[in-house]
Design a binder for this molecule. Structure first.
Ligand SMILES: Cc1cc2nc3c(=O)[nH]c(=O)nc-3n(C[C@H](O)[C@H](O)[C@H](O)COP(=O)(O)OP(=O)(O)OC[C@H]3O[C@@H](n4cnc5c(N)ncnc54)[C@H](O)[C@@H]3O)c2cc1C
Length: 204
């Protein structure tokens, strides 16, 4: 989704930019006239980030006190990582989406803006802005970091970075694994790590 003027702020611009129309009385007992909507920036469009946003939008539906901007590094909308292994069967990213694309656009104007393929590269708490990989400066009133974790590579093990070694955490990881395994058909795969995920990966 393209950045809107209420998402980004020029460097040095005051924080808490008021979205257009924020001072109008919302119907059905919305927040009082003249009161600015607070802006919540969520970094990480993963399972926790989206659960937080869903809950917030639901609880705030009447009063409309908050606008949310979510910044996600991955190229996909929030997906069910727990069900990642099923991707081997269907190969359809959309099947894993926790909400269809239309859901993201189906909220009152300005209450949810999302940006995929975008890495939050720096937080400037004094200015209350987040800088992004596409050169934007995003102001916030509240910042939520829902950045999850990364697969831990056994860096002490020689060869951990050899060609044909993959981690198992994102759709991207699986796409790379599928592409590579297509080129080495008939060879044997080896899973290092015999925990729940290791066993799941081995079965897949
Ligand atoms: C194959 C597999 C099976 C699993 N099965 C289970 C299960 O059965 N039960 C269970 O409880 N858990 C399971 N898990 C674990 C579960 O998926 C995680 O606990 C859950 O996804 C954590 O959610 P999260 O939002 O904290 O992190 P994530 O889902 O990892 O989301 C974090 C997001 O933030 C993004 N991000 C990080 N840094 C930045 C940045 N600087 N800027 C922008 N975006 C950023 C990441 O790219 C990512 O998209 C499984 C995990 C895997 C990989």
């Amino acid at each position: 989704m393209p950045w809107t003027s209420s998402d980004v702020t020029a460097p040095g611009e005051a924080v808490s930019k008021e979205p257009e129309g924020a001072d109008k009385q919302a119907p059905n007992g919305g927040q009082p006239e003249g009161q600015k909507r607070k802006k919540i920036v969520v970094v990480g469009l993963g399972m926790v980030g989206i659960a937080f946003i869903e809950k917030l939008l639901k609880l705030d539906a009447k009063r409309r006190e908050y606008d949310v901007v979510v910044i996600g590094e991955e190229p996909h909308l929030a997906y069910n990582r727990v069900g990642l292994t099923s991707f081997f069967q269907h190969r359809k990213v959309e099947n894993l989406y926790l909400n269809p694309e239309e859901w993201y656009g189906g909220h009152p104007d300005g209450s949810l803006n999302y940006h995929v393929n975008t890495l939050a590269t720096e937080i400037k708490p004094e200015e209350k802005v987040v800088l992004t990989s596409d050169g934007k400066s995003v102001s916030y009133d509240y910042l939520v970091l829902a950045t999850g974790s990364d697969a831990l590579l056994p860096r002490h093990t020689p060869g951990h970075d050899a060609k044909g070694v993959f981690v198992y955490r994102t759709i991207d990881d699986l796409q790379k694994l599928i592409e590579y395994s297509g080129k080495v058909k008939g060879s044997t795969g080896c899973v290092v790590g015999g925990g729940l995920l290791g066993l799941e990966a081995a079965k897949a």
